[in-house]
Design a protein around this ligand. Structure first.
Ligand SMILES: O=C(O)CCC(=O)C(=O)O
Ligand SMILES: [Fe+2]
Length: 243
């Protein structure tokens, strides 16, 4: 009998091919890691092209109306597009051990299950039932103010953003930035160099830093600097759902 199961996207095998020990080391060192070429240019164009298909989304946010910056984004509705669903499901088990290690170091009691379905069941049981993967769209002069994607009590401490447009070709400016607020010290900024199809995994809220006298917590925020020209799309993958 022929299987009716959908053929997995090639992105699934690319997730398995990622050097996860390097990702883990970069996350520990700087709070973010680049996963180059997670999506092909064609996949990027296909995902970005969904922005105008209203049925795919549960809500549409004009950032300027909320003081979030300038630009817009849409949260996907369930069921998620298969590529987005697959990325969220396949990335999670590689990130859960890092999340658990960070929680242990930071003295947090919460631990994360091995598979995403179990974590989502926990979110849903707590009333966090709305999907959080999103598509963002920026034009000239648009930017995303520094923020954290927290949507309720349950927070998975890592998230992923995939740049769907090519810098220097589709847009100028519009860099992905992170700031890190260290206790009793001034904040520092980091610019993440991304090309089309690259994915950055980064800390949602806080992360542990190894100091000379034990570890301490730092708080991260992320955003996007102002576009000087062109258009930029991003796919955001957040692992907790929203209340
Ligand atoms: O457009 C970006 O690169 C940032 C997207 C973002 O804020 C997110 O994915 O949570
Ligand atoms: Fe965000």
């Amino acid at each position: 009998m022929m299987s009716t199961a959908r053929k997995p996207h090639e992105a699934s095998s690319r997730v398995e091919a990622i050097d996860w020990s390097a990702v883990s080391a970069d996350l520990d060192l700087q709070g973010w890691a680049n996963m180059p070429k997670l999506l092909s240019a064609r996949e990027c164009d296909t995902v970005a092209g969904r922005y105008d298909i209203d049925e795919d989304f549960r809500s549409h946010i004009i950032m300027a109306r909320h003081g979030f910056g300038r630009g817009e984004y849409k949260y996907f509705a369930y069921p998620l597009p298969s590529l987005v669903e697959e990325l969220r499901t396949d990335l999670y088990p590689h990130l859960a051990p890092i999340a658990n290690r960070w929680h242990e170091t930071m003295g947090r009691d919460v631990r994360f299950p091995d598979d995403h379905a179990a974590f989502i069941a926990r979110c849903h049981a707590a009333g966090q039932t709305r999907p959080t993967p999103l598509l963002l769209q920026y034009g000239k002069d648009d930017y995303n103010a520094l923020h954290q994607d927290l949507y309720g009590e349950h927070v998975f401490p890592l998230q992923v953003a995939v740049l769907l447009s090519e810098p220097g070709e589709d847009f100028e400016g519009g860099e992905f930035v992170l700031t890190e607020q260290r206790p009793r010290m001034q904040s520092r900024a980091m610019v993440v160099p991304l090309r089309q199809g690259d994915a950055v995994v980064f800390a949602v809220n806080s992360r542990p830093v190894q100091g000379t006298r034990g570890s301490y917590r730092v708080k991260l925020r992320h955003g996007v600097s102002k576009l000087r020209s062109g258009h930029r799309h991003t796919l955001g993958i957040i692992f907790h759902d929203a209340s």
